[in-house]
Design a protein around this ligand. Sequence first.
Ligand SMILES: CC(C)(COP(=O)(O)OP(=O)(O)OC[C@H]1O[C@@H](n2cnc3c(N)ncnc32)[C@H](O)[C@@H]1OP(=O)(O)O)[C@@H](O)C(=O)NCCC(=O)NCCS
Length: 374
Amino acid sequence: MSDDIKKGLLGIVVDETEISKVMPEINSLTYRGYAAQDLCARCKFEEVAYLILNKELPNKKQLKQFEKEETKERVLSKTLINVLKQMPKKSHPMDVARTVVSVMGLEDKETKDNSSEANLRKAMRIFAKTPVALAAFYRLRKGKKIIPSKKKLTFAENFFHMCFGKVPNKEIVKAFDVSLILYAEHSFNVSTFTARTITSSLSDIHGAITGAIASLKGPLHGGANEEVMHMMKKIKKPENALKWINKALDNKDVIMGFGHRVYKSGDSRVPTMREYFGKVSKIKKDKVFEKIYEIVEKVMIKRKNIHPNVDYPTGPTYHLMGFDTDFFTPIFVISRITGWSAHIMEQHAANKLIRPLASYKGSKHRKVMQLNHR
Ligand SMILES: CC(C)(COP(=O)(O)OP(=O)(O)OC[C@H]1O[C@@H](n2cnc3c(N)ncnc32)[C@H](O)[C@@H]1OP(=O)(O)O)[C@@H](O)C(=O)NCCC(=O)NCCS
């Protein structure tokens, strides 16, 4: 392959963005200039969602208004509830997420309006309703009744309430909130680029987010947090970890939750999420996953010099919180809707059709023979 071809767009800068950047000088992912770990320490997820969507951190009044709008939209139409009830119970929740956003696009009165004002309103509806729909499916597939959302609960608390019928202690909710903050945005990753590509044909936000969800599902992207848990379940006991990881590396397997296209010496989100994974493990009195975590991490760094990405600690953290493994990536979705929406609005505001070229290596020109001569 010619050196001119940048397969996977490796190292190619395709546009400008004001939304996020990994700043080498502070070795951190930043949202609109703020370090993600500072946001985790000082804000709740709703404030960060506001920041990503509205470019500035909210003051008290702005946050109250934002929360009022979000909680008001935590309801589903009868049509959407019926669609959820008819979905095969074995559907992957990521496919459910993709479908519910698509259905919301059928129902939204402003689907065709791509102005930034309409996009912001639509983003809010998708942001507020998607967790409600996912929690409803979480219950329905277990043969349980849907639990309606509660306006007085925070975004994170309400998700626990809708899935489990109760809100866990504050530290668990904080750990979940932190994971949402860390998952909210990450520049031109695969799903965001997918969303921007769809938007670049002047398509709408529901279509772009539907496509982004499909893209996030893959194990090389958001699906990695589920794969991490499958790996940890396979390892089962800390005593098995060393042998398991060495054998996997001898087989040249790709180890999920490790490596990153942008970070080559460690994902800046990991230390924060690792800390909260530790807190949740302590509350749940579980040492097994932390021990496996450490052994696998040590070997990966020693043998391959490849560091964990944020999906490595979120996987076992969500497991200890009680979520089914196939719900880990949908949790990523409910957070990343903020980042995708901001990118979709940014793309609409300064659009250029995204249309790269390919180097052709197929047949030379051929004449078409009639069917009976072939
Ligand atoms: C994220 C990822 C796709 C980045 O890929 P990339 O920038 O294209 O880097 P490459 O896949 O080319 O990796 C470079 C080298 O490191 C190796 N490598 C990268 N990640 C690895 C992993 N998780 N396990 C084992 N080896 C890995 C590759 O095999 C390759 O080795 P080679 O040069 O001998 O062929 C890749 O690290 C990966 O598949 N990770 C696992 C999935 C995951 O956790 N995804 C979530 C990302 S946030």
